[in-house]
Design a protein around this ligand. Structure first.
Ligand code: KG4
Ligand code: ZN
Length: 333
């Protein structure tokens, strides 16, 4: 079946065509990062308006590049939530309209379930059960995934998401949103151990996280620094931040793997693009004989392909267009 995937929950308009047998047929994406940069973060009203401008041209582009006619689409998958209400409405209303016009099913997908399935886009055969570490700008979760659609939350952040902590750290170092890639780049040049930051909840007897204290520690270190604008200081602080985050994420993930006895780990969400985190997880998992799956680098952040891939796992259960119309769930748990 050919599934059209649409993502518009935040600042990326993503459209993709995914074949449940052959995999990804084509994808188009527009990122609004340059527009929001000026404001230091995503401005919801501007985001919705830009999704409206972009979505139909992206749809036309992906159909033409994949050489697929609209009538070949068998189902539509849209991000139903969580996310910005106005932004979600753009993708869901376009998706539902296409479903109505073609009389095909429309499947509402949870944004984080989309991230979870983005590993399928690396072309690997994902075997259940597995532990998922979901690390994005809005979520930090450890999930037990026994079978498709069976998710048990084992732990999550009690305050900020790890991506948010990356972004705040980058902002404090004078870098633009989204700051993850800049912090990672600086960290590569930094000296390990030159600055020490706390490892929040590292020894707590649970699988939860906390990153707001770490963010405060970053701010305090900058406040007390002799020359906070020196590149060497920025590099060392970024290194300390990345080392702290990596150690905590790796330790808790290994704990979850040992607790469940599962032998596969899926890492997904924007922060799964992080080099140091990838290296830390690969090393730790090798020691305990666990196979780690990552999405392709270009598909770690938001995109339409992951939404279509997630919907493919629900196809058996959804056969018709939703009669009650479409919905959005901005605060979907
Ligand atoms: O999954 P995503 O695109 O959007 C949400 O669902 O939130 O994740 C965006 C987050 C941002 O906080 C961004 O700074 C972070 O992912 N990010 C990274 C890297 N690339 C993106 N964080 C660390 N290292 C990276 N290379
Ligand atoms: Zn996301």
């Amino acid at each position: 079946m050919i599934i059209l995937g649409i993502e518009s929950s935040c600042d990326e308009t993503g459209v993709a065509l995914y074949d449940s047998e052959k995999g990804l047929l084509g994808a188009a994406l527009h990122s609004q990062i340059d527009m929001h940069k000026l404001y230091g973060g995503v401005v919801p009203e501007l985001a919705s308006r830009d999704h409206i401008r972009r979505i139909i041209p992206l749809l036309d582009q992906v159909l033409s590049e994949a050489n697929i006619s609209k009538k070949d689409i068998d189902a539509v998958a849209v991000t139903e939530g969580p996310g910005l209400a106005g932004a979600l409405l753009v993708g869901t209303s376009v998706g539902y309209a296409i479903g109505l016009a073609l009389n095909i099913p429309v499947i509402g997908v949870h944004h984080m379930e989309g991230h979870l399935y983005s590993c399928l886009l690396a072309g690997e055969d994902l075997k259940f059960p597995f532990i998922a570490l979901l690390v994005s700008g809005g979520h930090t979760q450890i999930m037990k995934v026994a079978s498709p659609g069976k998710y048990e939350l084992l732990g999550e952040t009690l305050d900020d998401a790890v991506g948010e902590a990356f972004d705040k750290t980058a902002q404090a170092l004078g870098e633009c949103y989204p700051g993850g890639p800049a912090v990672s780049r600086f960290a590569e040049q930094g000296t390990p151990g030159a600055i020490n930051l706390p490892r929040p909840l590292l020894h707590a007897d649970n699988l939860d996280f906390s990153f707001s204290g770490l963010k405060t520690a970053v701010m305090n270190t900058i406040r007390l620094a002799e020359d906070p604008s020196a590149q060497s200081f920025k590099n060392d602080l970024a290194r300390a931040f990345v080392d702290s985050v990596t150690e905590v994420l790796v330790k808790k993930t290994v704990k979850a793997l040992k607790k469940t006895g599962y032998k596969s780990l899926v890492v997904a969400g924007g922060v799964s693009a992080n080099k140091q985190l990838r290296e830390g997880l690969i090393k730790a998992c090798k020691k305990i004989g666990v196979k780690v799956y990552f999405p392709p680098l270009a598909l770690c952040t938001d995109n339409g392909a992951m939404i279509a891939a997630a919907a493919a796992s629900h196809l058996q259960n959804i056969k018709t267009l939703p009669k009650e119309g479409f919905s959005i769930k901005p605060k979907w748990q």
